[in-house]
Write a protein that binds this ligand. Structure first.
Ligand code: FAD
Length: 493
């Protein structure tokens, strides 16, 4: 799914051994469908705990989102923390959050302890606010640090803008324990570790049907059949015929990203923050890679499109956020489909005895898929029942084609609205600054004029009194806001 415009930084198959297709019948303890991050973590953990494991992958390891992501590892879920508390109450929300942190820790320990070559681990992630909403930030900081025991720092506007030189961002939440890795290297490293632990991975082997009844379940591929005590469905949105109703509980969202050509000093002048930056509206997500390139994810569709189409949109987006960088040359564009659930939480659990699902990780799939892999392997082999914390988040039909259209419109509306709010906040900030300068000039002029100011004339009866000027933000229409939201809505940004 990666397209290289000039020279690629990494190929999608980096480090992958030759592909082996399953061409003989096999009996195993656990059959995993899908060699993305979720399936491979289940395989690694289950094999380490002593199970015989076969992973069946229709294309190749990391073919979809898992091999085409930005590698930012943070605690939490796609569902915002406040909504998580509303949904399950504080106690369960805390447990779920703690599991999500364990998922991030798992990735760190696998990447570090196993010394994955070229994994390029770097520390810290910053979530920046597109609107001037300091109070909301403080309340989130309190929730995260006090109730959810997560290390976070609140950054004031000046500090954010000192590191990320754009007027588009206001406050920020810094996560010192978040980190980033080379996502492609990680997924192939995970496959290598799973193989080393004894799991067998078969590529070019799509699962076309399953029969989950009975103690020994049957799995059919075009060239062979398997029998297993447990099947783990980790096929994300592409699962298809084996359990179409499960695929239909996910809204597929294709997300596209690009890596620029080296930008040299220009980039250092614009960004001095070495971790990931994501905005609070979920529109932009970027970080510096290879010293002076920018890796940037932004456009999304609810249909499968060629990533190359989105190069100009990403260039435009970078120039909008960092006008000083101007139009940057792109060296590689890639994308993948994420499965978004109706409730925003992943699908983790047992559908019926021996039939498991690990899916729906949305835009935050690194820590959550790692957590899912551990939970499911430990439940199968040790009887760990913590996956039940996800039971309140049932499998909800995502609405089929109508759901995709609705999802697209809601996404566009949300992004357009968010962009408008951001532009309005920036406009207000600019207007406030102008007003402060104007007031200072007036005060200075008054000071210089001293007592020479003419005495105020009271208007004669019947003459209208002069009105004080309107507050700065009401004097002009926030045109920039409406123009920008229009451009995002029609896909030109
Ligand atoms: C551009 C982009 C940037 C992202 N950045 C981040 C980030 O920085 N941090 C983060 O946390 N998350 C990020 N994500 C999200 C994250 O990548 C995904 O949530 C995660 O990779 C999902 O993993 P998965 O294993 O569930 O699915 P997938 O990666 O889709 O893997 C599923 C696999 O199953 C296979 N399969 C499906 N059906 C069958 C079948 N019937 N038979 C055999 N095989 C089958 C598919 O071929 C596929 O390889 C990003 C996603 C994208 C697209």
């Amino acid at each position: 799914m990666a397209e290289t415009l000039t020279s690629a930084t990494n190929g999608p198959d980096d480090g992958a051994p030759f592909r082996s297709r399953l061409s003989f019948d096999l009996d195993v303890d656990i059959c995993v469908v899908g060699a993305g991050l979720a399936g491979l973590t289940v395989a690694l953990e289950a094999a380490r705990l002593g199970a015989s494991v076969a992973v069946l992958e229709g294309r190749h390891v990391g073919w979809n989102a898992s091999g085409n992501q930005l590698g930012t590892v943070m605690p939490g879920y796609s569902l915002p923390i406040g909504e998580l508390i509303e949904r399950v109450g504080l106690e369960d929300a805390r447990e779920l959050w703690s599991l999500s942190k364990q998922g991030a820790d798992y990735i760190r320990s696998v990447a570090n302890e196993e010394a994955m070559p070229g994994i390029a681990l770097s520390e810290g992630a910053l979530e920046v606010s597109n609107v001037d909403a300091g109070e909301t930030l403080i309340s989130r900081l309190q929730t995260l640090s006090e109730d959810f025991e997560t290390e976070v720092e609140g950054w004031q506007v000046d500090r954010v803008r000192d590191r990320i030189r754009t007027g588009r961002y206001f406050h920020g939440i810094y996560y010192p324990r978040a980190f980033q890795i080379d996502g492609r290297k990680y997924v192939h490293g995970l496959a290598a570790l799973a193989r080393k632990a004894g799991a067998r991975i078969f590529e070019d082997t799509p699962v076309v049907s399953i029969d989950p009844s009975g103690i020994r379940k049957r799995i059919v591929t075009p060239s062979a059949r398997l029998r297993a005590s447990h099947i783990v469905l980790a096929g994300n949105i592409h699962l298809g015929t084996p359990l179409r109703r499960l695929s239909e509980t996910l809204l597929p969202v294709w997300r596209y990203a690009a890596v620029t050509e080296p930008l040299g000093e220009r980039l250092a002048d614009a960004i001095t923050f070495s971790g990931s930056v994501s905005d609070s509206d979920g529109v932009d997500h970027f970080r510096i890679v290879d010293g002076d390139r920018l890796m940037w994810a932004s456009p999304e569709t609810t249909w499968d499109a060629r990533p190359r189409r989105f190069g100009p949109a990403i260039q435009q987006r970078i120039a909008t956020v960092f006008p000083n960088l101007g139009k940057v040359a792109i060296s590689e564009i890639f994308g993948g489909a994420v499965g978004v659930t109706v409730h925003g939480m992943p699908q983790i659990g047992q559908l019926r005895k021996g039939l498991w699902v690990a899916s729906g990780f949305g835009r935050q799939g690194l820590n959550t898929s790692a957590m899912a892999g551990q939970l499911i392997a430990r439940s199968i082999l040790w009887g760990d029942e913590r996956w039940r914390l996800f039971s309140p988040f049932e499998l909800v039909w995502a609405g089929g084609t109508t759901g995709r259209v609705a999802g697209h419109l809601i996404g566009m509306w949300g992004r357009g609205r968010a962009a408008a709010a951001g532009a309005l906040a920036r406009y207000r900030e600019g207007a406030r600054a102008k007003e402060r300068i104007r007031e200072a000039r007036v005060a200075e002029a008054n000071r210089q004029a001293g007592t020479r100011l003419p005495p105020r004339r009271r208007p004669p009866p019947g003459e209208p009194r002069p009105q004080p000027p309107a507050p700065a933000e009401m004097q002009e229409t926030p045109l920039a806001a409406s123009q920008e939201s229009e451009r995002i809505r029609d896909g030109s940004v």
